[in-house]
Ligand binder design. Structure first.
Ligand SMILES: [Cu+2]
Length: 322
């Protein structure tokens, strides 16, 4: 995992000459690895998104200062064998029961920041209260009686590892689609005819709603001013969360009339199951500005004959622009 596969042929073809001492002194050591696992979770029936068994475990790691990559997977609690990602709902590194620092979900099980970037954990590691939370899922297999764990493999560097050249620090902000309660829809709701503004909510939550059979488009204006601490910021990584039947989610700069990122879901060929939701990852990044307006759009296509549940979220990792 440490050496990108694409580089292996190059390394084989051009063996590196012995490094002079100067180079050896400045090249960073490879990342350290930490494995964290939830307690066993009992999967005993079909669980839809956000309804599976879940648990959290304290994360205690000396030197966990900069996270550069993290991957989640579901394993059998007995023999440790890996289960398919269709059993993975979501997981996160969080502070206590609150602030999410890193979020992974179905189809976006791995976060790997561009070289030189990371999420700084020092404060939370020192204070304690850092947790790893994981939730299982089961859309397909019944009957079932299995105990599983959600495992995270974290790649990180300590403050000593990075020395005088700290990584470029990223902060995660969730940008979340929300809809209105269909029961409170006024007779003349107005708005664009292609956009669903009022939906049947799950558990009365505006961020978790039902999609009737057919296509559905939701759209929401985003105000970045409450959380963007500088006039300009740059986004270097975006992880997107959608449920099965999700088609795509995009972030648009309304002021500049520009789509900044659109994640298009890749499904498994033979069943309704998200295989992958591509992440945005770039050392150059795209800009966010306090004086611009933004919107998110989520597309679902419910090809079944009954309502399905939906969410749409982008975990946006950004840093203030100089
Ligand atoms: Cu969800």
């Amino acid at each position: 995992m440490v050496v990108p596969l694409a580089l292996l042929p190059l390394l084989a073809a051009f063996p590196a000459p012995p490094a002079p001492d100067d180079d050896a002194a400045v090249s960073p050591p490879p990342p350290r690895t930490l494995v964290v696992e939830t307690p066993p979770l009992h999967v005993d029936r079909i669980y839809r998104s956000m309804q599976g068994p879940s648990d959290r475990v304290p994360v205690d790691a000396d030197g966990l200062d900069w996270v550069t990559a993290i991957r989640s997977e579901v394993i059998d609690a007995g023999d440790g064998a890996r289960l398919g990602d269709e059993f993975f709902c979501h997981s996160q590194m969080q502070v206590g029961l609150g602030s999410q620092l890193l979020v992974m979900a179905t189809g976006a099980e791995e976060i790997r920041f561009p070289d030189g970037f990371g999420v700084r954990m020092t404060e939370w590691t020192r204070r304690g209260g850092l947790n790893f939370f994981g939730m299982a899922l089961n859309n397909h297999v019944a009957p079932i009686d299995r105990h599983v764990r959600i495992r995270a493999t974290v790649e990180y560097r300590s403050a000593e590892d990075v020395g005088d050249a700290p990584l470029r620090e990223l902060t995660m902000t969730p940008i979340v689609m929300s809809v209105r309660d269909a029961r409170h829809r006024p007779a003349d709701a107005g708005g664009a005819s292609d956009v669903s503004t009022h939906c049947v909510l799950v558990d009365d939550l505006p961020v978790h709603w039902m999609v009737p059979p057919g296509k559905q488009l939701t759209r929401r204006r985003i105000d970045v001013r409450p959380w963007l601490t500088s006039e300009r910021a740059t986004v270097h990584y975006v992880a997107t969360h959608l449920h099965n039947h999700g088609v795509s989610m995009r972030l648009r700069d309304v002021t500049a009339d520009e789509v900044l990122w659109e994640a298009v879901v890749e499904n498994e060929p033979d069943r309704v199951q998200i295989a992958r939701i591509p992440a945005y990852s770039s050392a150059e990044g795209f800009p966010l500005r306090r004086d611009h307006e933004y919107e998110i759009e989520a597309r679902y296509d419910n090809t079944s004959d009954r309502p399905i549940d939906a969410m749409a979220m982008m975990g946006v990792y950004w840093r203030p622009a100089p």
